[in-house]
Design a protein around this ligand. Structure first.
Ligand SMILES: [Zn+2]
Length: 227
């Protein structure tokens, strides 16, 4: 997948990927379904997903609009959200760029529900240089472990003749509200996190990391936990 090289992130929606029309109905036992639902409308957890065609590269990129299927694939398989390749990984974990909300709770971002996939080093460096939102207020994090924990999507409420959308929210798989969600993005809960004091340097010769005499993680900068 080389879309990232065209400057368009892997998970970005293109204008030819408009959501397909659906009729949301209420299931007899509670929860929502599509009137003409098929097997591919739900994931392996039985969660209903937005219906969108997959036509990357067609039309214009719609920056800021995430493509549900590619985002889901990137989150499930742990792929770089920008190029769709292998994200950067050291002994400390996988590299994530996340918005800096260090004030939110003491050991942030442990326990954070992430919808942004991880990144590889070249993409991390490119995006920090190219995306104004990331220049300030972002933080690079090593994530030691993460689990697919739920989805972000539109929560519906039962009603006649049709259920109605009431909120956009993150809903865990073990929450009974999951039956009322039309999912748009897969969520991973981040754990064993280390906030990096600086963006890791690009290591174009990754193999050096494992050579005798070269300490692991060389070039990663220094790490620090939040106070
Ligand atoms: Zn990448």
């Amino acid at each position: 997948m080389t879309l990232g090289r065209s400057g368009v992130p892997y998970i970005t929606t293109w204008s030819a990927e408009e959501s397909l029309p659906t009729t949301v109905i209420q299931r007899p036992g509670g929860g929502i379904a599509y009137l003409d639902e098929t097997l591919v409308d739900r994931d392996e957890n039985g969660v209903l997903w937005q219906r969108v065609p997959s036509r990357p590269g067609r039309g214009r990129p719609e920056f800021g609009k995430v493509h549900p299927l590619r985002q889901r694939r990137a989150m499930r398989r742990l792929l770089c959200g920008i190029c769709g390749g292998v994200p950067d990984r050291t002994d400390e974990g996988v590299l994530w760029l996340v918005r800096d909300f260090r004030g939110d709770w003491p050991d942030w971002p442990d326990g954070m529900a992430a919808t942004e996939p991880p990144v590889c080093l070249p993409c991390a460096h490119r995006s920090v240089g190219a995306c104004p939102a990331l220049r300030i207020g972002f933080v690079a994090v090593r994530v030691g472990q993460s689990t697919v924990a739920g989805v972000y999507g539109t929560v519906y409420q039962g009603g006649q003749p049709f259920p109605a959308p009431v909120d956009d929210a993150v809903v865990a798989f073990d929450d009974s509200a999951i039956r009322w969600v039309q999912a748009a993005q897969l969520v991973r809960e981040l754990g064993d996190c280390t906030i990096l004091r600086a963006m890791p340097e690009r290591r174009d010769q990754l193999w050096q990391r494992d050579r005798p005499g070269v300490p692991n993680g060389v070039g990663d900068g220094t790490q620090a936990h939040p106070a």
